[in-house]
Design a protein around this ligand. Structure first.
Ligand SMILES: Cc1cc2nc3c(=O)[nH]c(=O)nc-3n(C[C@H](O)[C@H](O)[C@H](O)COP(=O)(O)OP(=O)(O)OC[C@H]3O[C@@H](n4cnc5c(N)ncnc54)[C@H](O)[C@@H]3O)c2cc1C
Length: 309
């Protein structure tokens, strides 16, 4: 959101080209994806997780994958999550898992996605771990909220949470409609390429909405994961939190692996819970493209790596 809208759209458009996809998928880890992705396999992710835990950061771990179109592929993702939860448990790593509804088969069938989420949740809950259902592009918003509501019939707000995106006009209403569930919500600005018919085109509006959503949620006494690298927004929210006397057990900060690590350390050193989000797996293309689109200057890193050969 930090750059002009057109450059963000241009990156999404170029990234959709099949030749670009093939090229970046082949060379992308060397071209810069490794800056944002903890590795292509579980072992690499666990190494990064152990190191970051050692530095005082709790984690949210995501096995990369999205827009799954076959039930078998969704089942494979579930198996990987079960392995991940077991591995986190064996090693005593302080982390929860984050899952994408379309990775669980939401595009195939809502019932399938629900059953898959339940398998992961059952394993996570038995291990005392939380699961975050992420929010993807706007065609999935309604279905994802339905999925979350249904999961909440079985699991409580300390076991499963969801995400709201500040760029969507609808999020304020969604927040109000979810309030009866006392939900644990991760607030983000939103990472997808959305049209002005559903999302605020201007950064100022997105930032204002982010602030208002988090404030409203905190004032209700509900738990907020404030997921942004925007230091100004963080300070504004901290002012609010202090004025209202909101305890540190009611919120945490979250940032992505590889983005503003110095700010992450500062927040940790100030005594806040600073959770780092680490994605791993071979299906990193979509994730990488979103990181480039958020900050088109990142494309410069890629081009420079390319020139260096
Ligand atoms: C833990 C976590 C989970 C997330 N989960 C979701 C989700 O479920 N659904 C969803 O739609 N989005 C998700 N996002 C992404 C989010 O929507 C934004 O796209 C992303 O966080 C960038 O926005 P920002 O809040 O950091 O603010 P911005 O205004 O975009 O950035 C603020 C500053 O952060 C730095 N920065 C931001 N992005 C980058 C980057 N890619 N590379 C280098 N520097 C950067 C820059 O210094 C920038 O000036 C998640 C983000 C986080 C931190």
């Amino acid at each position: 959101m930090a750059e002009p809208h057109w450059s963000r759209q241009l990156i999404f458009a170029v990234a959709g080209n099949p030749a670009v996809t093939r090229f970046v998928t082949r060379y992308g880890m060397r071209l810069g994806a490794s800056r944002f992705v903890a590795g292509e396999d579980l072992a690499s992710a666990l190494d990064v997780a152990r190191r970051l835990n050692g530095e005082g950061f709790p984690l949210a771990v995501q096995f990369l994958g999205e827009h799954v179109t076959r039930a078998e592929a969704a089942a494979e993702a579930v198996e990987e999550y079960l392995r991940l939860i077991d591995a986190l448990q064996e090693r005593g790593i302080d982390a929860y898992v984050s899952i994408k509804p379309s990775q669980m088969g939401l595009e195939v069938d809502e019932e399938l996605a629900y059953a898959n989420c339940r398998r992961i949740l059952d394993r996570a809950v038995a291990a005392g771990r939380f699961v975050r259902i992420e929010m993807e592009d706007s065609p999935y918003t309604e279905k994802t909220l339905r999925l979350y509501r249904r999961l909440r019939e079985t699991y409580d707000s300390g076991q499963v949470g969801v995400v709201l995106q500040a760029y969507l006009y609808r999020s304020a209403r969604d927040l109000d409609e979810l309030a009866d569930l006392q939900p644990n919500i991760r607030f983000v600005k939103g990472a997808y390429n959305e049209p002005p018919s559903v999302a605020y085109p201007s950064k100022a509006d997105v930032d204002r909405n982010f602030r208002e959503l988090v404030q409203r949620h905190l004032e209700r006494g509900h738990y907020a994961a404030i997921a942004t690298h925007d230091d100004r927004l963080i300070e504004e929210l901290l002012d609010f939190i202090e004025r209202k006397g909101i305890g540190r057990d009611r919120f945490e900060f979250q940032m992505l692996y590889g983005i503003r690590p110095q700010l992450q350390r500062q927040m940790r050193d100030r005594g806040y819970t600073m959770r780092v989000y680490i994605p791993y797996g071979r299906d990193w293309y979509g994730y990488f493209v979103r990181r480039l689109a958020e900050r088109p200057a990142n494309v410069g890193f890629v081009l420079r790596s390319l020139l260096r050969g």
